[in-house]
Design a protein around this ligand. Structure first.
Ligand SMILES: Cc1cc2nc3c(=O)[nH]c(=O)nc-3n(C[C@H](O)[C@H](O)[C@H](O)COP(=O)(O)OP(=O)(O)OC[C@H]3O[C@@H](n4cnc5c(N)ncnc54)[C@H](O)[C@@H]3O)c2cc1C
Length: 499
């Protein structure tokens, strides 16, 4: 099966890699990218990273030579094809001893070597900096004299917890033992990427229509409350609350391009549901041995399973319809969409327990696996390293298999209680808590509620009337949350008008 849009996404890391490769003065093994006056603006402008560090140095300066290994230790984490934390910080350097860079270094008031500046890449473009300038969006890094100090400064600045010893999880290493239950911990990256990709596809293909709008809102509500990544919950909440502004009714009736409001461009197009920092093209867990296998669709399954194990009994029917309608309206693989919806439609009684819903989704996925097992064998389209199997294999969950039924004609007698327990552990606890960098993955350790995220993350005064109405129509189970937001937003408005 081929997907309409997935293949055209350029992994953001490849941009960094290209920059690195094209840079003539990069010494072998250098991670920091050396820029000069001719490419400084253009390279920073194209950088997908959220932040940039520029080290101004002079090639003749002995202190700079000694500083370089420190800078490189940090740059290794963020730059290049093997970056441990790609797409977040772009680490560069400029040699001020080269004549060509004199004006550039003057513009940034370089008075000593090495000197480090910090800001978003776009602020450096045609930018300048002065030491006493207040409210500048470029800042001097005042304590970066060793690798440790520099990384500490960065961690404080962006609230992260990166360590110099952080290592990239190698996919090859990960996949050598597919029966290791801890591997799923890394899939939170994939869940984030799949969520972002799904919404990119929806926007690129202008798929939000009058009839599908309510189902998108309903799915967003599910993401707000139960997405395993905090930054995706936060982005979904922003999208949901601002839905009417971002996607005004004239757009879904006429498909017009969004207009300009309050001097800012509006439209969902400008929103990234899980934030700008989500790595693309990474596929930690869902990495295929070929480019055209796994990836997005694998990540989407994992998203669905990780949502299913997080809902409670009272939400199970709502989550079921939210997922079914979302796949039906927005999954652009026609065969997948149809088959999945057939399975959805064959459910006759509403779900009353989360357990039943989790097991239904697991079973539906296994039905797809069984069908594809045959299809892929006939067409020889399977990923040779990841053939479809009925899941979980015995090695991963021995207790899921009832002892009597191990052999025979392929039929498996499952112990559903054990399967449920396993799924909750695998897609629930393990998917989040085993991962080492809680900041990056947005694990809040269960300390914060999504509504707190929402209140902290949006400036919107009220839930727009249309979206609120659609929320009310679309949901019952998640409705309490919607009303909570609405009342919070209203009371904020009142507080404002009193001030
Ligand atoms: C809703 C949906 C419907 C699809 N329908 C089709 C279709 O009709 N035709 C088609 O060609 N492709 C379909 N696909 C794509 C297909 O199912 C696979 O996603 C794709 O072939 C990549 O396979 P994969 O090896 O990465 O494993 P996937 O099937 O994507 O599974 C991802 C991971 O989930 C885990 N897993 C596997 N089975 C289960 C289970 N039963 N329960 C819980 N976890 C499990 C495993 O760890 C596996 O590696 C569909 C995808 C989705 C999301």
């Amino acid at each position: 099966t081929s997907f309409v849009a997935g293949s055209s996404y350029i992994p953001r890391r490849s941009i960094l890699r290209e920059i690195g490769n094209n840079e003539k003065r990069v010494e072998k093994g250098d991670y920091g990218v050396e820029l000069n006056a001719t490419n400084f603006d253009s390279v920073l402008k194209d950088s997908p990273a959220t932040f940039a560090v520029v080290e101004f140095f002079a090639f003749w300066c002995p202190a700079c030579r000694n500083y370089k290994p420190h800078y490189e230790k940090v740059a290794r984490l963020f730059n290049g094809a093997d970056a441990v934390h790609p797409g977040i910080i772009f680490m560069t350097r400029v040699d001020c001893a080269l004549k060509i860079n004199t004006n550039l270094c003057d513009k940034f008031s370089v008075g000593h070597y090495p000197m480090l500046l910090w800001g978003s890449p776009s602020k450096f473009v045609a930018g300048s900096w002065e030491p006493k300038q207040e409210n500048s969006e470029i800042r001097q890094i005042d304590d970066g004299r060793t690798a440790d100090h520099l990384l500490n400064w960065i961690n404080k600045q962006i609230g992260s917890s990166y360590g110099l010893d952080d290592e990239k999880f190698e996919n090859e290493h990960l996949q050598t033992n597919v029966t290791d239950p801890e591997q799923i911990a890394r899939a939170v990256y994939d869940v984030e990427e799949a969520t972002s990709t799904a919404f990119d596809i929806i926007l690129v293909h202008k798929m939000i229509k009058l009839k599908s709008r309510a189902s998108l809102i309903k799915f967003l509500q599910l993401l707000v409350t139960h997405h395993p990544s905090r930054r995706c919950r936060k982005g979904s909440a922003e999208m949901l609350v601002n839905f009417d502004d971002l996607y005004p009714s004239e757009m879904w009736s006429t498909n017009k391009v969004p207009s300009i409001s309050d001097g800012k461009e509006i439209g969902l197009q400008n929103m990234q549901i899980c934030g700008k920092e989500v790595p693309r093209g990474y596929w930690m867990f869902c990495h295929g041995s070929r480019n055209d296998t796994r990836g997005f669709s694998c990540g989407l399954w994992i998203l669905l399973h990780s949502l299913s194990v997080r809902v409670d009994d009272g939400e199970s029917q709502m989550a079921f319809t939210a997922i079914c309608d979302f796949i039906n309206n927005f999954f652009v693989c026609e065969e997948c969409r149809q088959h999945f919806y057939e399975m959805c439609s064959s459910v006759s009684n509403p779900f009353k327990s989360a357990r039943d819903f989790v097991l239904w989704l697991w079973n539906a996925h296994n039905k797809v696996n069984e069908r594809l097992m045959k299809e892929e064998a006939n067409l020889e389209t399977a990923d040779p390293k990841y053939p479809k199997t009925v899941w979980p294999p015995k090695q991963l969950c021995p207790s899921c298999y009832l002892s009597k039924s191990q052999s025979g004609n392929g039929h498996i007698d499952w112990d559903n209680d054990e399967v449920y327990k396993f799924l909750v552990g695998y897609y629930g606890r393990t998917l989040v808590t085993l991962y080492k960098d809680k900041e990056l993955l947005g694990d809040d350790g269960g300390n914060k509620t999504p509504s707190e995220d929402l209140v902290a993350s949006t400036n919107t005064i009220v839930v727009p009337i249309g979206a609120a109405f659609a929320i009310a129509v679309a949901s019952c189970g998640f409705g309490a949350l919607a009303w909570f937001w609405r009342s919070r937003q209203k009371s904020r408005k009142q507080r404002r008008s009193w001030n």
